[in-house]
Write a protein that binds this ligand. Structure first.
Ligand code: B3K
Ligand code: ZN
Length: 847
C-alpha cells in the first residue's frame, strides 16, 4: 500500500497532545485476514496543551464503528488518521477496526510470521493496529483481551485471567503505544524464575516454536544475569510478575523491548553450541541485556518525542556495553566497540547521511535508528561519565531515575540531572547532541627544559546537517611513557574545549612518548605521527596498545597503496612478538592481528586526496596477510595447537578467546597448506564456531565445494544456520565472483527474500564485501538495486536500511560514481517508492 505523502517533521515544532489518556482497553478477535480490534479509551483534556484538536493516528485500518460516550460518531478520515469533534471534558472513545495481519509483509503493526501472530510497534506501528495518539509522550495503562484458538496468547504486563480460546492481560505501568505487544500461536515455553532484590517473585519464560526448545537455555541464563546486574550496578529491579520473551523468524531488526513481553528476532535469542558461533552467543547475551535494561531506560523513563531517541538508545547501549565488559573482558569489549564504531558510525558521520545524535528533522523515523543515535549516543554518555567521574555519574543516574520515573523526557532533562548532581555547566558539551561529524584532533609536541608540551587542534568537517561545527568538549585520556618503556605519567584526563589548546608536563627527565586517547576516551579521529612500534611494545593501556598495532598495519597498507611499497617489517615484527606472548589474553591477541577494514582504508585514501581502488585495496590486504603468514610460518602450527580447547564447549570469554585466536591462526595456516588443516578441523568440528571457521578457510582456499554441500545437507532444516551458509559464500567469494555468487544464491530454493534475515544474509553480505560490491563492471550495484526495488513494496524498513550501502559513493572514481548514480536514479524513479526508501535515496543522492 502507498505510504502517506512524505512530510518533514521538526524537533522545533513539538507541542503536547491536547488530551491525556486515562486508560486503554483493547479486545482482539484474531483471524489471519480479518482481525477485529475493539478499543475503549478514556480521554481527558490535557491542561498543559494549547491545541485541542482531537487527531488519532491510523493507517491501513478499516473503521467499522466509532462512538463517544456511547453515541455513534462519524470521524473525518485521512490516510494518516482521523479527526472528530469531542466534548470539552473527559469522555470514552470506542472504536472497532478490522486489519489484515496475513497481508502485513512490512512486519510493522500486527503481522503473521510462520502462522504466529506478533507485533512490532516502535516507532509508529501501533497506528496500524487501531486509531490512537501514537506518540511516545502519551502514556497510559493497558488492559488487553485476546480471543483466538491458540495455545499461547500473550500481551504486556501481568496475566489477569485466561480460558479456552482467550486470555486477558493488564499492564499497570503507564506506557506509550510503541511498547504495546501481542503474540499468539502454538508455542512452547522454556521457563525459569527470578526473585528480585525487592523480594518480587518473577516467572520468566522464553517462547519458541516447537523444535527450538533446545536453543533456549543460554538466553534464559543471560536474562537472569542481566536482571542481577541491573540491580547490582544501577540499583534497578524488575517491576512485573512475569517477564516473557518470544522468538520470531521474521523480524526487521534484532529485538524489541515491549513492556514485559520482549519480542526477538530468532537469530538474537536462540543458541546452541552446534548451531551458534561464539560471536552469536556474545551478541545474544548483549541483546537480551539491552532489551531488559530498556525496562528502566526507555520504558519507565521514555522519550518525549522521537527526536529524543538517543535518550533511551544511547544510554541503553552504554549500559549493555558495561554489562558485556563485566561479564567478559573489558579491553576486548572496548576494542570491539571501537572497530564497530569506525566501521558503521564513522561512514555515516562523514557522508551524506550525517546527522546529529539528536536529529532535528526527519521524514521517516525508522531511518534514524542509526549507528549515530545508538553507538555515538553511547559514546557521548561514556564521555560524560569520564568527565564527571564514576561517583558523580552514579549520583546523576540515581537522580535521573528518581526525578523522571514515569515520564517522557528530553536530552535537556538528561543533561540537567548531571548539572544538578555535579554543578557542572554542560552547555558546550551539549554540542555532542546537536552537531554531526567526527571531530579530528591533530597533535604536535615539543620538549624543552624538562618540560614536555602537547598541543591539540580540533576541527570537525562540515556535514549535511551541520554547516559550521563549533569546538566540542573532548576528554582526552593521556599517559606518558619514558624512553625505557616505563610509565612516566599515569593516565590523566585532559579536557579540550578550544579549537587549539596546549598542555605542559614539567619534570620530564627525558622526552617522553605520549599515549593519547587511552581507552578511546572520545569518538574522534586522532592525527598523530607517534612511535607506534614503541607503543605496541610498551603501552600499558590495552586500547592504545592495540591502536598502535592498527596504526602500524594502516601505515604499511597506505604505503603499499600510495607508494607501492612491500609490507612493513615494523608491523610484521611487532605482531609476531605479540602473538607469541602467552601472558596476553588470546582474544586480545586475535584483535591485534586484525587489519583495518577495506572500506575504512578507502575512506583514509579519499581523505588523503587519493581515489581508492577497491581491487588494489583487496590485493594489498591479501598480500599483507600472506606476508604475516610467511614470516610466522614455523610458529603457526604450535600457536594453533596451543589454542585448541579439549574441555566440553562453553560459550564463555575464556574458551571463545582461544577459539578466536586458534581460528586466526588457521587462516594464516591455510595460506601455507592450502586448506589441509581446515579440512581436518571441519571434519572434526563439534561446534559451529569451529565448523564455520573451517568452512570459510576451505572456500578461501578454493576447495569449499564438498564442505558446502555437506554443510547444506546437515543444516538444511535450520533457518539460522542456513543464513550463515548463504552469507559465508558471498563474504568469502573473490571480488570478481561476489556478485555472481550472490545472484546465484538468490535463485536457490531456500532464498526466501521476504525473510529479512535471509535477505540480509545474502545481499547484506554483498554490500559488506568491499571489493565485491564495488566490482568494476557494476554488477554488485545492479544486483543490490534490483533487489531493493523488488523488496521495497513488501518491506520498506529493511529496504531503506540497506540503501546505506551506497552512502560512500562519492569516494570512488568517476566511472563507479556514474554507475552508482544511475542505480540511485533507477531506485528513485520506481513508482510508489516507500517514504522510507525515498528519504534514504534522496539524502544519499544529495551528496
Ligand atoms: N527499540 C528497538 C528498535 C526499534 C526499531 C524500530 N524501527 C530495539 C532496541 O533498540 O532495543
Ligand atoms: Zn534499544
Amino acid at each position: 500500500m502507498r505510504d502517506a505523502a512524505p512530510q518533514t517533521i521538526y524537533l522545533a515544532d513539538y507541542t503536547p497532545f491536547g488530551f491525556t489518556v486515562e486508560e486503554v482497553h483493547l479486545t482482539f478477535d484474531l483471524a489471519p485476514s480479518a482481525t477485529r480490534v475493539t478499543s475503549r479509551i478514556r480521554f481527558a483534556p490535557n491542561p498543559d496543551a494549547t491545541d485541542s484538536t482531537f487527531f488519532l493516528h491510523g493507517e491501513n485500518l478499516s473503521l467499522i464503528s466509532a462512538r463517544i460516550d456511547g453515541e455513534s460518531v462519524t470521524p473525518t478520515l485521512t490516510a494518516e488518521g482521523l479527526t472528530c469533534d469531542v466534548p470539552n471534558m473527559p469522555f470514552l472513545w470506542e472504536a472497532e477496526v478490522q486489519i489484515d495481519p496475513a497481508a502485513n509483509t512490512a512486519l510493522e503493526g500486527l503481522y503473521q510470521s510462520n502462522g504466529m501472530y506478533c507485533t512490532q510497534c516502535e516507532a509508529e506501528g501501533f497506528r496500524k493496529i487501531t486509531f490512537y495518539p501514537d506518540r511516545p509522550d502519551v502514556m497510559s495503562t493497558f488492559t488487553v483481551r485476546i480471543n483466538g484458538p491458540h495455545a499461547t496468547l500473550l500481551s504486556n504486563g501481568n496475566p489477569v485471567a485466561a480460558g479456552d480460546g482467550w486470555a486477558e492481560w493488564h499492564d499497570p505501568w503507564p506506557k506509550p503505544a510503541y511498547l504495546f505487544a501481542l503474540v499468539a500461536g502454538e508455542l512452547v515455553a522454556h521457563r525459569d524464575t527470578f526473585t528480585t532484590s525487592e523480594g518480587r517473585h518473577v516467572d520468566l519464560a522464553l517462547y519458541v516454536r516447537p523444535g527450538d526448545e533446545g536453543k533456549c537455555a543460554f538466553g534464559m541464563e543471560a536474562l537472569k544475569a542481566s536482571m542481577t546486574w541491573d540491580e547490582e550496578v544501577y540499583g534497578r529491579a524488575y517491576d512485573l510478575d512475569v517477564f516473557n520473551i518470544v522468538a520470531v523468524d521474521d523480524f526487521n531488526m534484532g529485538a524489541m523491548e515491549n513492556k514485559g513481553l520482549n519480542i526477538f528476532n530468532a537469530s538474537a535469542v536462540l543458541a546452541s553450541p552446534e548451531t551458534s558461533t561464539d560471536m552469536n552467543f556474545e551478541r545474544i547475551e548483549a541483546i537480551i541485556a539491552h532489551e531488559y535494561f530498556h525496562n528502566w531506560t526507555g520504558n519507565r523513563i521514555t522519550c518525549r518525542d522521537w527526536f529524543q531517541l538517543c535518550l533511551k538508545e544511547g544510554l541503553t547501549v552504554f549500559r549493555d556495553s558495561q554489562f558485556t565488559a563485566d561479564m567478559r573482558s573489558e579491553p576486548v569489549k572496548r576494542i570491539s566497540d571501537v572497530i564497530d564504531l569506525r566501521g558503521r558510525q564513522f561512514p555515516e558521520d562523514q557522508g551524506p547521511l550525517a546527522h546529529p545524535v539528536r536529529p532535528e528533522s526527519f521524514q521517516e523515523i525508522n531511518n534514524f535508528y542509526t549507528a549515530t543515535v545508538y553507538e555515538k549516543g553511547a559514546e557521548v554518555i561514556r564521555m560524560l561519565k569520564t568527565l564527571v567521574g564514576d561517583d558523580a555519574y552514579a549520583k546523576a543516574l540515581d537522580l535521573y531515575f528518581d526525578r523522571h520515573d514515569g515520564q517522557a523526557c528530553t536530552i535537556e532533562d538528561w543533561l540537567a540531572v548531571f548539572t544538578d548532581a555535579t554543578g557542572r555547566d554542560l552547555t558546550q558539551f551539549k554540542r555532542w547532541y546537536s552537531q554531526a561529524g567526527t571531530p579530528r584532533v591533530a597533535v604536535s609536541e615539543s620538549y624543552e627544559d624538562n618540560t614536555y608540551t602537547l598541543t591539540f587542534a580540533q576541527s570537525t568537517p562540515p556535514s549535511a546537517t551541520t554547516a559550521d561545527p563549533q569546538p566540542q568538549v573532548i576528554p582526552l585520556a593521556v599517559g606518558l611513557l619514558a624512553p625505557d618503556g616505563s610509565e612516566a605519567m599515569g593516565t590523566q584526563i585532559l579536557e579540550l574545549t578550544e579549537a587549539s589548546q596546549t598542555f605542559s608536563f614539567p619534570g620530564q627527565a627525558a622526552k617522553p612518548v605520549p599515549s593519547i586517547l587511552r581507552g578511546f576516551s572520545a569518538p574522534i579521529v586522532l592525527d598523530h605521527g607517534a612511535d607506534h612500534a614503541f607503543l605496541l611494545a610498551h603501552d600499558t593501556d590495552p586500547f592504545t596498545r592495540w591502536e598502535a598495532a592498527r596504526n602500524l598495519a594502516r601505515t604499511s597498507l597506505m604505503n603499499t597503496l600510495t607508494k607501492g611499497t612491500v609490507p612493513d617489517s615494523a608491523w610484521l615484527d611487532g605482531i609476531a612478538k605479540v602473538l607469541s606472548d602467552d601472558s596476553l589474553d588470546p582474544a586480545y591477541r586475535a584483535l591485534m592481528l586484525g587489519l583495518p577494514g577495506q572500506s575504512e582504508l578507502a575512506a583514509d585514501l579519499h581523505r588523503d586526496g587519493h581515489i581508492p581502488d577497491p581491487d588494489t585495496i583487496w590485493t594489498a590486504v591479501t598480500n599483507l596477510k600472506q606476508a604475516l603468514s610467511d614470516q610466522m610460518r614455523d610458529d603457526l602450527a604450535d600457536l594453533y595447537t596451543a589454542q585448541q580447547v579439549t574441555a566440553p564447549y562453553r560459550p564463555d570469554a575464556a574458551q571463545a578467546g582461544k577459539r578466536t585466536l586458534g581460528n586466526a591462526m588457521l587462516s594464516l595456516i591455510t595460506r601455507q597448506d592450502g586448506g589441509d588443516t581446515a579440512q581436518t578441523q571441519y571434519d572434526a568440528a563439534d561446534n559451529m564456531t569451529q565448523q564455520l571457521a573451517a568452512l570459510a578457510n576451505l572456500i578461501r582456499a578454493g576447495r569449499g565445494d564438498a564442505a558446502l554441500a555437506t554443510f547444506e545437507a546437515q543444516w538444511k532444516d535450520d533457518r539460522l544456520v542456513m543464513d550463515k551458509w548463504f552469507g559465508l559464500q558471498v563474504m568469502e567469494a573473490k571480488p570478481d565472483d561476489a556478485a555472481d555468487t550472490a545472484k546465484a544464491l538468490t535463485g536457490h530454493a531456500d532464498f526466501n527474500w521476504k525473510n529479512p534475515n535471509r535477505f540480509r544474509a545474502t545481499l547484506g553480505a554483498l554490500a559488506g564485501h568491499h571489493a565485491g560490491f564495488h566490482a568494476k563492471d557494476g554488477s554488485g550495484y545492479t544486483l543490490l538495486a534490483d533487489w531493493l526495488i523488488q523488496l521495497d513494496p513488501v518491506n520498506p524498513q529493511t529496504t531503506a536500511r540497506m540503501c546505506a550501502a551506497f552512502q560512500t559513493w562519492r569516494r570512488y572514481d568517476a566511472i563507479r560514481q556514474s554507475m552508482i548514480g544511475k542505480e540511485l536514479d533507477r531506485i528513485a524513479s520506481t513508482p510508489n517508492l516507500s517514504r522510507d526508501t525515498t528519504e534514504m535515496i534522496t539524502r544519499i543522492r544529495e551528496a
